[in-house]
Write a protein that binds this ligand. Structure first.
Ligand SMILES: [Zn+2]
Ligand SMILES: [Zn+2]
Length: 678
């Protein structure tokens, strides 16, 4: 009774997509609209066209007018957000040479205990010299020190002092200006302060660091853990936060076995620390007794700063990857659906086929023409066929939605869970007016615009997308209309995946990991174009049987593929005698239904994949992080461990299924989920 189970799966196919919101967000992000919101400060959320100029040279687009953040701090924020669990862990933090933006952030976060020092008493919570910090050894989980070391005469001592103040396994994030064409740091103690600006380019600097800065960190006793560069976070992030190309940070760890001097250094000022801590009302004192046991705590802190690998959801499934994000919900291994082309479709011939789809739990997409073409003379062509004494069941033409009986049939199919899409308005060339009329009529009938639109264009007398449909000025121009009504569009030209180049039938994920037709998007400007799988010219009847063999179906499941099978459900699917689906095809569908597949209409699959592409998965050995950067809630989110490892968070734990799959539930827009890896 496998198909009954399969049929019930429809209930679990849920997706919430706020289309308008997503669209606007995308447009803004890509800067297609100049809305005056090109840049955004992550610290204070200020948005504007540009940041203020900053520095001696007054370079533009640097300083946030609200909180004063400059590029290196915005890079710090992005790094902490994307690569660490800074926002989740309880951390005691020291900032040397503090910044307003970071101080305000620390004050807002309930998990952070923060203290700052500076040599200038007005700039920080306490006045102190970096080479003699007024804190006990092993006091901090994290030290932030930006733009300071280049001004310190004995920077090695300063770094050793930071190490002393760090807990073993704790981290320092350092930033200094480095001249990348300089191998060795330049310094000369004989140069006096009057000449600093002339020699070092800044009246406060006492040296120019070269690429050996990391060696100096190592000499002080740091282990270099990460060296994030602004460009790693992508062009969009770079532009939105106005980060500087090539700017980087240095993340050093205090080794757990950090030896001589670490423990033995005198601790003259433990009392001083608590005094400073109490000076700030925003400071939250951690209850150390409630913290994790030291060994666990160390392990977790290590993981906090261990770089995470990003896994692209757009990438084809690869068993060699340790973790992957399933595009499908609820642990389904693959997706299969049919996009039926209406060319010769007619309710009497379709009904026996849909009965079988329903029996096996396949919810598919059937397209329909909206109006009669002129050559069909409002259906008279059918009468002539019958008047010649032939059987209407096998008449060669399609019947459009405007026919009352057909309309009832499609409304009923829709109520049974199938998706009704639109073929072109009629089976001929269609003008802009035709397209508008068809979409509006469709909405009158079904209560919504179609989610799938099939465009025939290369055949003569069909001047849609591939010929004049993309030409502004033509009476057939429809690109703007298709974008406005927002269906997923199948364009019938060489934008599709040519089968002869791709031997695998489930070629979508195998080709580029995406069912989205980027070629059509680029060539015609159609925002939502999709690809079909399979050899559709052979997909009718025998072609379907040959192509979707049991072996290929096995492979589809094995490789977690996606099949959007484009075909004509026409007379070749029917047994001429019984007028039922051909038994061989029915048996093949029965085999398919016995698999753990997601058998849901194309529009649902495409919307889900679009939402999934807004997800990011990061992991290291111990932690896994999921971020939803999109505007849709994604339900039944499924990740796969190819090493059979489980996940847990504070509330729940997950054991991997037979193929490593775990269903983690929903992720909402903007949400970040963290998991510990078992
Ligand atoms: Zn700001
Ligand atoms: Zn067609």
């Amino acid at each position: 009774m496998e198909w009954i189970r399969a049929g019930r799966r429809l209930d679990t196919a849920r997706i919430g997509v706020n289309r308008t919101g997503r669209k606007i967000a995308e447009l803004c992000q890509r800067g297609w609209f100049s809305l005056g919101h090109n840049v955004r400060c992550p610290f204070c959320n200020w948005r504007g066209r540009k940041f203020l100029p900053h520095g001696v040279e007054k370079k533009t687009n640097r300083r946030c007018p609200r909180c004063g953040s400059i590029e290196r701090y915005r890079l710090l924020y992005v790094y902490l957000l994307r690569r660490t669990s800074f926002f989740q862990e309880r951390l005691r933090i020291l900032e040397v040479g503090p910044s307003k933006c970071f101080r305000n952030l620390a004050a807002r976060l309930p998990n952070i205990e923060y203290v700052s020092i500076d040599s200038n008493r007005h700039r920080a919570m306490a006045q102190a010299d970096i080479v003699s910090l007024p804190f006990p050894a092993h006091a901090f989980d994290l030290v932030i020190c930006f733009g300071v070391l280049e001004q310190v005469k004995d920077d090695l001592s300063a770094m050793r002092e930071i190490l002393r103040a760090l807990k073993p396994g704790g981290f320092a994030i350092l930033q200094v200006p480095v001249e990348t064409d300089r191998d060795v740091t330049f310094e000369d103690p004989s140069i006096g302060p009057d000449d600093y600006e002339k020699v070092f380019g800044d009246s406060d600097s006492v040296r120019i660091y070269g690429l050996d800065f990391t060696d100096r960190m190592a000499a002080a006793g740091f282990r270099l853990i990460d060296q994030p560069v602004a460009d790693e976070f992508g062009v969009q992030c770079l532009e939105t936060h106005a980060l500087r190309h090539g700017q980087n940070l240095y993340v050093g760890m205090k080794p757990r076995d950090y030896g001589p001097g670490g423990e033995s250094l005198a601790d003259p000022s433990a009392a001083h620390f608590s005094k400073i801590a109490k000076q700030s009302l925003s400071l939250k004192v951690l209850d150390d007794s409630r913290q994790l046991a030291p060994s666990d705590r160390l392990t977790r802190l290590l993981d906090v700063f261990r770089p995470m690998k990003e896994v692209s959801p757009a990438k084809a499934y690869d068993a060699a990857d340790e973790w992957s994000l399933s595009p499908f919900p609820d642990g389904y291994a693959f997706a299969f659906t049919i996009v039926h082309d209406a060319d010769s479709a007619y309710s009497r011939r379709l009904e026996p086929l849909f009965e079988v789809f329903d029996e096996f739990g396949f919810k598919i997409t059937g397209t329909v023409f909206t109006f009669w073409a002129d050559w069909a003379r409002n259906g008279k062509i059918w009468l002539e066929w019958r008047n010649n004494g032939r059987d209407g069941f096998f008449a060669p033409n399609s019947v459009p939605l405007v026919d009352e009986k057909e309309r009832e049939f499609y409304i009923q199919l829709s109520a049974r869970g199938h998706e009704i899409g639109m073929h072109t308005p009629s089976e001929t060339s269609n003008t802009r007016e035709d397209v508008i009329r068809a979409f509006e009529y469709f909405k009158e009938v079904f209560g919504r615009y179609p989610r799938i639109y099939v465009e025939h264009a290369v055949t003569r007398n069909k001047d849609g997308q591939a010929s004049e449909g993309s030409k502004p000025g033509s009476i057939y121009f429809n690109t703007d209309l298709l974008n406005a009504y927002e269906p997923w569009v199948w364009v019938d030209d060489d934008c599709g995946v040519p089968d002869k180049h791709h031997k695998r039938f489930y070629d979508i994920l195998a080709v580029n990991g995406s069912p989205f037709n980027t070629v059509a998007a680029a060539r015609y400007g159609i925002a939502k174009a999709f690809l079909r799988t399979g050899k559709w010219r052979e997909a009718d009847g025998d072609g379907f049987l040959a192509w979707y063999s049991e072996k290929n179906i096995d492979a589809l499941e094995e490789q977690r593929g996606l099949a959007l099978v484009y075909m004509h459900l026409d007379a070749k699917w029917l047994d001429v005698e019984t007028r039922e689906m051909r038994p061989a095809i029915k048996e093949r569908l029965r085999y398919l239904a016995s698999k753990n597949g997601w058998f849901i209409p194309a529009g649902v699959i495409l919307d889900r994949l679009q939402a999934i592409h807004q997800l990011k998965l990061y992991h290291n050995e111990r932690r896994l992080k999921l971020v939803n950067t999109g505007s849709s809630t994604i339900e039944g989110l499924t990740v796969t461990s190819n090493r059979g490892r489980g996940l847990r968070n504070l509330r729940k734990s997950w054991k991997p299924g037979r193929r490593g799959e775990m269903v983690l539930g929903a992720i909402h827009p903007g949400e970040t989920l963290w998991f510990n890896i078992d």
